[in-house]
Design a protein around this ligand. Structure first.
Ligand SMILES: *Cc1c(COP(=O)(O)O)cnc(C)c1O
Ligand code: SF4
Length: 439
């Protein structure tokens, strides 16, 4: 197996990639236009081992990591092309970029207004607590990724719209918060990608958590795309040994270590490097659960999902969530009507063994909670969507089926209306914006 050293590509050195040099000037310019609004970064593993260049531009991994013209609406695209062609100053370009970005709903699901935990009257940075059992931690050094996904729902923090940047500098407030909230069982380190951190930085957080004596804390989760974008993180990086030892230490402490691995396409599971990385992680006693949104141009076919889940089970991973593309950034490009998402999920689910049916979806991460689309039904002559909360700001809302008017265009909750003549959904009243601990 080759052991490459990490090399990042961005707009400034993209032309070092031989295959990109073959592109027409028009194609290169389109990528530059889009890459001035959305973040773009990829690396030598993605370029050399994941992308099938014979199939570019249709190749799903190319669509996943390289800027695509359709990610910008026409008028946004035209405006950015114009400033770039006219060779305006950097600050002019920046202005157009930022105006466009603020038009793309940079903070969906009430991320900045709600779910910000308080400790002794002070708002904590770098933490989010929306669902009772699980607190999210955004460690400051983990707020980037080994490459960027074109559909990334956390894109604003990678383009420096700083108001949106969650970042936790130290572990003490997190520990104190968990101590004061005995209902919390899980802490989920997320980003970006917390495994972009070197092992010793991650160890500071983990060791303090383990030493804090928090018996109600049962699980440490790490949300990561490293298996897909840089599996050498678990194979040959200078601190790989230290990282895997840290995993073992968590398991040995009696807590569950769950890697929430982000895979969008079966191709990402096929290299020798990723399969070996999965084995190494499993040897530490950690479990790998997998999740992905359903994306136009990348994985919008049932066969792709069935293959992905089947392969994940073969590799000992547990399929966990299929998400609906969030209402931010390039949703208009990658998003899929809910009705189509349902049908893809259903056809894929029907093709796999019960061991892969641990997956739940399609699920929308909305302001009130994670909404699971269960199916379409006709009830007393009205065609409706049947849905329920998997997780909700108010935990009593979960497992309570509700109905929306059938709509073949809607791709998000805001496109749906309640069925049977109701004025609002059951969760839309004065308390809908409050979290569980305000009630
Ligand atoms: C998805 C999610 C979680 C974790 O939910 P699980 O169903 O337990 O995996 C926690 N917090 C937020 C904000 C989430 O979106
Ligand atoms: S791995 Fe997650 S945070 Fe990183 S670029 Fe992809 S979607 Fe965004």
């Amino acid at each position: 197996m080759s052991h490459p050293t990490y090399k990042a590509y961005s707009l400034s050195n993209m032309k070092e990639i031989p295959q990109i040099r073959q592109f027409t000037d028009e194609q290169k310019f389109e990528m530059e236009v889009v890459g001035h609004v959305f973040p773009f970064k990829t690396n030598n593993y993605v370029v050399d081992q994941l992308i099938n260049w014979e199939d570019v531009p249709n190749d799903p991994i190319f669509q996943l990591t390289f800027p695509q013209k359709g990610m910008l609406k026409n008028h946004h695209f035209e405006r950015m092309s114009k400033v770039l062609r006219a060779q305006h100053t950097r600050s002019d370009i920046q202005k157009v970029a930022n105006t466009t970005r603020w038009n793309l709903n940079p903070h969906p699901a009430g991320q900045t207004e709600y779910n910000r935990p308080m400790l002794n009257g002070v708002q904590l940075d770098g933490l989010q607590h929306k669902y009772r059992k699980t607190v999210l931690a955004f460690p400051s050094k983990g707020q980037t990724c080994h490459a960027y996904c074109t559909f990334c729902f956390r894109w604003p923090q990678f383009v420096g719209i700083n108001e949106l940047k969650f970042a936790m500098q130290e572990t003490k407030p997190l520990i104190e918060y968990i101590r004061q909230h005995p209902e919390i069982s899980d802490v989920l380190f997320t980003g970006g990608d917390p495994l972009i951190m070197n092992a010793s930085s991650l160890a500071v957080y983990v060791n303090e958590l383990l030493e804090a004596n928090l018996p109600h804390l049962k699980t440490i989760r790490l949300g990561t795309k490293s298996l897909s974008f840089w599996p050498y993180r678990f194979l040959t990086d200078p601190d790989t040994r230290e990282l895997l030892d840290l995993f073992k230490k968590i398991v040995k402490s009696g807590k569950h270590l769950a890697l929430m691995a982000h895979f969008n396409h079966p191709r990402e599971l096929q290299t020798e490097a990723v399969q070996e990385a999965i084995r190494r992680i499993q040897e530490t006693g950690a479990l790998i659960r997998t999740q992905s949104p359903l994306l136009n141009y990348i994985n919008n076919r049932a066969e792709v999902w069935a293959e992905m889940w089947t392969e994940q089970v073969r590799l000992g991973c547990i399929p966990y969530y299929m998400f609906v593309v969030r209402d931010t950034g390039a949703q208009h490009h990658f998003g899929i009507p809910l009705i189509e998402a349902l049908s893809i999920f259903k056809m894929a689910y029907q093709q796999v063994s019960g061991l892969a049916r641990t997956v739940r979806g399609p699920s929308m991460s909305t302001t009130p909670g994670k909404i699971h689309l269960l199916g379409v039904q006709e009830i007393k002559g009205e065609k409706v969507f049947v849905m329920q909360f998997i997780q909700a700001r108010n935990p009593t809302w979960t497992m309570h089926p509700f109905f929306a008017q059938y709509n073949d265009k809607a791709n998000w909750l805001d496109g749906l209306s309640p069925a049977f003549g109701a004025k609002h959904f059951f969760f839309e009243d004065s308390s809908s914006k409050k979290s569980w601990d305000d009630l």
